[in-house]
Design a protein around this ligand. Structure first.
Ligand SMILES: *Cc1c(COP(=O)(O)O)cnc(C)c1O
Length: 385
């Protein structure tokens, strides 16, 4: 067995970002400053978008996206039940009501047919999640949005590198939200970005992200001299800092190198698990690019003796970090009590909730690490109870 515990989602941190963070500290400009702007510019160039606004999380990006499109109490926003809590909570923080939709069983992305069934006159937006890095059926979703005159906010937390028919993730809907949390494909520790082609949304989001102060208030202590600002909204404290951007400006140029490494690992897993009692993720849909953020395996519970939670425990015993993405949100007590959801409401999400496990897929994994993961999965699944 391996000596050290293989931490799930551990990032690569190279010398350049360490030096850059130290340089930021030595310069004493550790708040929002030139490095945040450089990172925004770099990200905007990577995406080819007009506006890229750095924030302190994807959660903040989702929340401000909701506010910028004018979500108000009573408005409904359709989100998949199969997502991270932040997606639904952002709707609630804006005063709206998250209305869950089921996902497709194999792809794990939101089911456009179920989205269509969930649209009501109160529906103001849809938040598709490009799950694990796999693009949602955006043609179908954009078609519904167009017919019903509702906005689309893409949750791209898993999907920085994803593409759909030649278009980049986050550029298809009205706004795209990204995460640079430690486990994500590009990381800054904590961090997020929102992108949009709309000048209007971009302006509002910049103001909302910094206490609701009038434009460019972050410059108030810079060498251009103190400038008065006004409060135009009861805003939030969501700005990214130069300490975080210092990491991002070195991570982002390596995005393709890291992607290629994850793709190689993903392929090795696909081959290695072919004959095991599991359902492997389908290949990327044609015309799309997968970001390979997660490698979710569904255990074939009819063919094995152990439960999914036993599997997690056994992997941990073998010093392999694992995750579950996710337990469907409508099974959590909060959403059940607040919105009346029940087990049985979303069959595909529940099927996945019971079976899914995510095994390590970070670019940091060595060939030996990957081999250890493969051996651990194989031996756990060979085990009789
Ligand atoms: C990680 C994640 C978020 C939240 O990102 P933060 O930057 O941690 O706020 C939102 N949605 C999904 C699907 C995520 O995986």
């Amino acid at each position: 067995m391996r000596k050290d515990f293989l931490v799930f989602g551990s990032p690569i941190i190279e010398q350049a970002e360490i030096d850059e963070v130290v340089a930021s500290m030595k310069s004493c400009w550790i708040g929002t400053g030139p490095k945040v702007h450089q990172f925004e510019q770099m990200f905007g160039e990577y995406k080819g978008c007009r506006h890229a606004i750095a924030l302190n999380s994807c959660t903040a990006a989702l929340h401000l996206s909701m506010l910028s499109i004018g979500i108000e109490p009573g408005d409904e926003v359709i989100v998949p039940s199969m997502t991270f809590a932040a997606t639904a909570n952002a709707v609630i923080h804006a005063g709206g009501k998250p209305v869950f939709a089921d996902c497709l069983k194999n792809a794990m992305t939101i089911d456009p047919e179920d989205v269509r069934r969930k649209v009501t006159p109160k529906t103001k937006a849809i938040i598709p999640i490009h799950f694990a890095g796999r693009m949602c059926d955006m043609d179908a979703i954009m078609q519904i949005a167009k017919e019903k005159n509702i906005k689309v906010i893409e949750d791209c937390a898993h999907a920085i590198e994803s593409e759909y028919k030649g278009r980049k993730a986050g550029m298809i809907g009205d706004l795209g939200c990204f995460s640079f949390y430690v486990t994500k494909n590009v990381m800054t520790g904590q961090g997020g970005m929102v992108i949009t082609e709309s000048e209007d949304y971009a302006k509002q989001i910049k103001i909302l992200a910094l206490h609701g102060l009038s434009h460019d208030a972050w410059k108030r202590f810079s060498d251009s001299g103190y400038k008065h600002y006004q409060v135009v909204y009861a805003g939030f404290k969501y700005n990214m800092t130069d300490m975080e951007a210092a990491i991002g400006i070195h991570q982002l140029p390596r995005i393709d190198r890291y992607w290629k490494r994850r793709e190689t690992i993903w392929r090795r897993y696909q081959e290695a698990f072919e004959d095991l009692p599991v359902f492997r993720p389908p290949e990327a849909e044609s015309g799309t690019r997968h970001a390979y953020h997660l490698y979710p395996l569904f255990l074939d519970l009819d063919r094995i003796q152990i439960t999914r939670d036993d599997f997690l425990e056994e992997m941990t015993k073998r010093k392999i970090g694992v995750g579950v993405h996710y337990l469907a949100l409508h099974l959590s007590p909060f959403y059940q009590e607040k919105f009346g959801y029940r087990s049985g409401d979303f069959p595909n999400s529940e099927w996945i909730s019971e079976r899914t496990v995510s095994i390590p897929l970070s670019a940091k994994l060595t060939d030996e690490d990957v081999q250890d993961v493969i051996e651990a999965v194989t031996s756990v699944l060979a085990q009789e109870k």
